[in-house]
Design a protein around this ligand. Structure first.
Ligand code: ZN
Length: 310
């Protein structure tokens, strides 16, 4: 009997060792292979949509997460794809997009690296996702130096099926927008949630006061806290949690269409300001025009007058 027990212990040790060896000895993914797990396209307006929990892809040979939430935010990845398509065809503009194809069972991209994954082989895929966000933020800053780019992190919740929750750590992550545009850009009729509310969506917090507290479970996670405008190199960032009823197969396209419209209204109202270079150009053209007019009158006007009078 004792021999059987010892043999069983030895066998289980060998199994664990083999399992570890398989993980540790697994071929490192190339940068291209990691990038293939990230959905990413550049845009032409200063808005970036991200979806860290909408992916469903299995990662071959990778150990799943044993702790934390592993459920998919159903249809949030398709949502940003549809929104992008609608904005391109109907509003002639496209937001930047970054989404996770990989399942949250392996990596939670809306957490710090320390708690996002348990298998070290996941590190490069996690980094590829966040590298892409950082890259697009820098690109938006370079391309739109006089605007105030906005990151919208898309999630889903089921506790309040018909509600959209705003998460900004109680306005901290978009403090720059509040400073330059005021609270109307966040809770006014032409804010993203203001437009959605007008279309009949239930939103939380309500739009009556900017100081109304956000729901503690949906007040903004790692993404908005990492890239928000309270950080030195950050931009304005808001997390939106769409209720399950708004993301069903039948409802998804309608929600995406209304959301695309809300983003377009926001972009036209709060992002399409006259840029500094245009102002300089206008000033330059005005000065040049005035100078030409003076030169014309000084040099030619007297002779013309003379000819006419003669
Ligand atoms: Zn989520």
């Amino acid at each position: 009997m004792r021999c059987v027990v010892i043999l069983a212990i030895l066998l289980s040790c060998v199994t664990v060792m083999n399992s570890n060896a398989a993980h540790n000895g697994r071929k490192q993914l190339s940068p291209q292979e990691c990038a293939a797990y990230v959905y990413a396209y550049p845009g032409n307006i200063p808005i970036l949509l991200t979806a860290p929990h909408g992916g469903r892809e299995f990662i071959q040979g990778m150990q799943g997460r044993r702790y934390g939430v592993t459920a998919t935010d159903l249809n949030t990845l398709p949502m940003i794809k549809i929104v992008r398509d609608i904005m391109r065809t109907e509003y002639d503009c496209v937001p930047y997009v970054v989404g996770a194809y990989f399942s949250r069972k392996y990596i939670d991209a809306n957490r710090s690296a320390r708690s996002a994954y348990e298998d070290e082989n996941a590190r490069e895929i996690y980094n590829a996702y966040h590298r892409q966000i950082a890259l697009y933020i820098q690109e938006m800053k370079n391309k739109f130096p006089d605007n105030h780019p906005l990151l919208v992190d898309i999630h889903g919740q089921s506790a309040y099926p018909d509600t959209i929750f705003r998460g900004t750590r109680n306005t901290k992550t978009l403090q720059d927008l509040l400073k330059v545009a005021g609270e109307d850009a966040v809770i006014g009729a032409e804010s993203i949630l203001g437009v959605l509310h007008k279309y009949g969506y239930r939103v939380f917090p309500s739009l009556t006061s900017i100081t109304e507290q956000e729901h503690r479970s949906y007040d903004g996670g790692f993404t908005v806290y990492t890239y928000g405008s309270h950080c030195k190199q950050g931009i304005n960032a808001v997390q939106l949690e769409f209720g399950s009823q708004l993301r069903t197969k039948d409802q998804l396209r309608c929600t995406a269409r209304d959301f695309a419209y809300a983003l377009d209204v926001f972009n036209r109202r709060w992002q399409m300001r006259t840029t500094t270079p245009k102002k300089k150009l206008t000033l330059g053209v005005t000065l040049l025009g005035s100078l030409s007019w003076i030169l014309y009158h000084v040099c030619f006007e007297p002779r013309s007058s003379g000819m006419r009078s003669g």
